[in-house]
Design a protein around this ligand. Structure first.
Ligand code: SF4
Length: 401
């Protein structure tokens, strides 16, 4: 399941966060570029690199195509990306996202990260990684510490809620994940968690809250199961979704011992609103979120669009290849890319039609594509379950206080 839901600037919430982020503000982005809509600008704050297509798990709700194929990013392309980043004027968070990044192999992965060392030591690059945690070893912990990785893991709660998270053999992965978590803790490595909420755990807010409270994660992000990539299921039970958020928020307000991404964001938004800063933003700055796949091809807006997706409206989401163009050149063309233009039109449509816009800022390109086939679209099941229901739950609970 993906990790790009909502936006927070800090790491490691940057992994738990992410999504095509929109920073609200009236200032011009340092590397901002104008788009056709004068109130929209874009910049690059996050870069996703796919070190391998391979995953050692086969979760039933996974969106990733080719996760059974072992294709690795060539070292020469890692060096090219690092060189290309020198040309960008702002710091970038490099998000290593597979497949399962640790399936790349420890020694090989080191050779992919090493070209970024100069940039990292001058604070122009920081690394984050999202992992299923089952392949973590002492050696991986040393690497994560050495390169100062922000670490996010995927886990859906106690063991009985992880029946969708299966090894390739079909066995459950939970014990392997917990062994990895234990190693992170032994090595004093902070980690955040992404949990997918689906038919198994949607009625278990209390159990999830207590499990994650005890786990020792620094923050939790919740993704309600959504239809994306190779996963064709959307979680449709709106009433249960609302109950879930309501209960989780009640628990969290009573005992806010760890961050919950969605609530932190809602509270920040409300705080801004009370200061009069969250009225209609004069300018939105969108992170164009380039994703570089193992063959050097680049997609924009969402890593979920990195796949063999082709429709009449969108024959391809690939906008270039870093083997023969610089990242800067590719990014500079963003404003001319058909699907980026469509997405921004969709943001504009959201602004004109949705009362949740100032919180949501226009939704996600991948959900609009996979649910509606059209990035100019507005409402999706994802935004109903993951945006509107969160705001409603928070407001409802605060009204009672
Ligand atoms: S319609 Fe959905 S995606 Fe658009 S602003 Fe509203 S909540 Fe967000």
């Amino acid at each position: 399941m993906d990790m790009w839901k909502q936006s927070t600037a800090a790491r490691p919430a940057g992994i738990v966060g992410g999504r095509v982020t929109a920073a609200v503000g009236t200032q011009t982005a340092a590397n901002g570029s104008t788009l056709n809509e004068p109130w929209l600008r874009y910049s690059v704050n996050n870069l996703v690199i796919q070190p391998t297509t391979l995953c050692n798990l086969d979760c039933t709700y996974c969106y990733l195509p080719f996760r059974d194929k072992n294709r690795r990013l060539p070292k020469v392309l890692a060096e090219k990306i690092a060189n290309d980043l020198i040309e960008l004027d702002t710091p970038v968070t490099v998000i290593w996202h597979g497949g399962e990044p640790l399936a790349t192999g420890l020694e090989y992965f080191k050779t992919l990260v090493e070209p970024f060392e100069e940039l990292r030591s001058s604070r122009r690059v920081e690394h984050v990684i999202q992992t299923n945690a089952t392949l973590i070893t002492g050696g991986w912990c040393d690497l994560l510490k050495h390169y100062d990785f922000g670490v996010g893991i995927s886990l859906d709660g106690p063991k009985h809620f992880n029946k969708n998270r299966l090894n390739l053999s079909g066995s459950e992965s939970f014990d392997g994940v917990m062994a990895g978590v234990q190693l992170l803790k032994t090595h004093c490595i902070d980690f955040s968690v992404i949990a997918v909420v689906n038919a198994l755990n949607i009625d278990a807010a209390d159990e999830l809250f207590s499990f994650f409270g005890e786990l020792g994660c620094s923050s939790l992000g919740i993704n309600i199961e959504e239809r994306e990539g190779t996963n064709q299921k959307n979680y449709q039970g709106r009433e249960r979704v609302e109950k879930f958020w309501n209960r989780l928020f009640e628990l969290w307000v009573a005992q806010p011992t760890f961050k919950i991404r969605e609530f932190s964001r809602a509270i920040s938004w409300m705080e801004a609103a009370t200061k009069g800063e969250a009225s209609f933003p004069k300018e939105l700055r969108y992170d164009i979120f380039p994703t570089i796949s193992v063959d050097g091809s680049v997609v924009m807006l969402a890593p979920e669009l990195n796949g063999p997706y082709s429709t009449v409206r969108y024959p391809s989401f690939t906008v270039g290849n870093i083997s023969d163009q610089s990242l800067k050149e590719i990014i500079a063309r963003a404003q001319d890319v058909h699907y980026v233009k469509d997405y921004l039109k969709g943001v504009s449509n959201c602004r004109d039609s949705c009362e949740y816009f100032n919180f949501c800022l226009g939704g996600s390109a991948s959900n609009k594509f996979f649910e509606c086939g059209d990035l100019t679209h507005t409402t999706t099941t994802y935004c109903e379950n993951g945006q509107k229901a969160v705001v409603d739950a928070v407001l409802k609970c605060l009204e009672k206080i």
